[in-house]
Design a protein around this ligand. Structure first.
Ligand SMILES: [Zn+2]
Length: 222
């Protein structure tokens, strides 16, 4: 196997294990992929993040959707992944998980708005909610792709979360930050008060040199 492909598969395995460790999915739920040239590598259908090996991450051509180096079938969400890559050239990784707080928050029908500097710097804006669509099909792919055109993540009602990034680490950090931010909202509501950033506060952070530096660091491959 080409060494670049082997390295990418190693990253996919590592990120997958982290997703399992963080309990962002249960069993074979969820799927991740990363772009390499005109193809992506994506988790195979039915494999779990805990146990996935190199053979469980398979190549698929972005334009045709054809599997290139395996007899296994790609994740049933392959169309959704491909749609994210087609919609944005800068997207190099897609992570789809089923995190507890994100699923619960999606029922509220409210976009996740920034209220910490990390959220402004990493998420790059609001994370919208879309209505439930039967998973696995092109309708789901189109609904997610429409949001990903202008956002780095989307909450899907009765289902879960999709994030994108310029590499797997960035997409994972976005997933973790969305889930932990929603936990903050939950706890803040128990205490009784919370406040989102104003437009001015968001612009102020966007203009800070330190945040630009952080964004740059996160975009570098690890
Ligand atoms: Zn799912």
């Amino acid at each position: 196997m080409n060494s670049d492909i082997a390295k990418l598969k190693r990253e996919l395995i590592d990120i997958g294990k982290r997703i399992a460790m963080e309990k962002l999915v249960v069993g074979p739920g969820g799927n991740i992929s990363a772009r390499m040239g005109d193809r992506i590598y994506i988790k195979a259908s039915g494999s779990s993040f805990e146990d996935a090996t190199e053979e469980d991450y398979i190549g698929v051509e972005i334009e045709s959707g054809k599997t290139v180096d395996s007899d296994k079938r790609p994740s049933s969400e392959i169309w959704m992944h491909l749609e994210c890559y087609k919609k944005r050239e800068d997207v190099k990784a897609v992570i789809h998980t089923h995190p507890v707080y994100s699923i619960a928050f999606a029922f509220q029908d409210e976009s996740l708005k920034p209220f910490t500097p990390d959220m402004v710097a990493l998420l790059g804006g609001e994370i919208p909610v879309i209505e439930y669509v039967v998973p696995g099909g092109k309708e789901f792919a189109e609904a997610v792709g429409e949001i990903i055109k202008n956002h780095n993540g989307v909450l899907v009602k009765n289902h879960g979360l999709v994030t994108v990034g310029s590499n797997l680490k960035e997409a994972l950090y976005r997933t973790l930050l969305i889930e932990s931010s929603i936990k903050v909202i939950f706890v803040a509501k128990l205490f009784g008060k919370m406040r989102f950033f104003t437009k001015e506060q968001i612009d102020e952070i966007d203009n800070l040199e330190v945040e630009k530096y952080r964004k740059k660091l996160l975009k570098e491959r690890f």
